[in-house]
Design a protein around this ligand. Sequence first.
Ligand code: CUA
Length: 413
Amino acid sequence: MEGRLHDREGQTGQARRGGIVSRLLTLGVLSISALMVLAACGPDVDKPYSTTSPASTTADDIQGLYKLVFWLSLIVFVGVQFAVVYISMRYRRKRSDTRRPPQIHGNKRLEIIWTVIPAVVLLVLLVPTVSMIFDHDAQAQEPDIEIDAYGKQWWWEFHYGADVTQGGESLDVVTANEIVVPVGQNIVFNLQSNNVIHSFWVPRLSGKLDVMPGHVNKLSITPTETGEFYGECAEYCGAQHAWMRFKITVVTQEEFYNWVNNWRTSPATTAQQGAGDGVLQAPQTFQVCLACHTVNGMEGANALQGINAPQNMGPDLTMVACRESIAAGAIEMTEENLRNWLRDPGAVKPGNYMATQIGPGGLELTDEQLDELVNYIFSMQPEGGCTAADGWSGGGGAATPEASPMATPETGS
Ligand code: CUA
């Protein structure tokens, strides 16, 4: 049996050697390309989805674990490579060798050694990992500010709850996709869904956590620097899973409460006939929108019910003009884009619920109605226009992006 095997190797040996050379060449080219790509990942590159430039205490902890895994792996890798090279040189077959070397198959001592070493390495990883899981869980039980986050298809609804730093009163702010939080506070997200499973992930601020129906997952984030941090849904949840983005803008305490006040004191508005003093008159068509949406300060509008609301209830539109994007990151918030979105939502984000209500096949809005709606929506800005704390960074409106301290991305460590 052994002899025949050797014969076969002899026949194909030359071809195999050719194969090995070409494989090594391919590997070399791949390695060089990978090194060049990695070299581009310098600290100066803007990297909103980087998992290696943490900006919160939890992300910092995770980074610590990552480093531990990296260095342990490096030691193991270098050790193994060194052993392979050393042993193959030290014990290679010499011309004078005529007999097979002693066989060590089933050597008890070796078996024990190479079982114990990996077990120790895994144990070294297990202890800090498990203790960190418990630490983060404990942090999630002691919020400074609580935010209920609902995964919808395909956007995020946020309800600000108790603010412990201000005596535990609820902040009562409801918004979608783009939120503002203060730096240095323990923000606890209560993640819920009443439809499919989503996953809440802001790479620079936290690890992924599932957003499930029938169970509340708590995620604690204590941001350590101000800036804009982008998030994604990280669990396939249907046709528009890729357009389920969100943004967390971390600001100072003062800017945060400015933002809360701006939300609370948004312009009074009505869709009824004859608006009074200082009350914005919504166009008649906006009645249609109110079937699913609401606006703070809107006379006669119903507050959104969070998890109890029907699955396809639309986002709260308070300060929507100050948001960076429409349709959870699908398009930038500009007057032209908003107009296109309202004319045919299905063309912008196929499969979304609003497309079953307005646009071709549903209620088609006339050019005049579109103009009225766009003007009205952009008029609903807080007094003094959108500010940096509103998370504004592009599009229409009265804001001045130059004034934004968040315009320059912080460079990661
Ligand atoms: Cu929600 Cu993917």
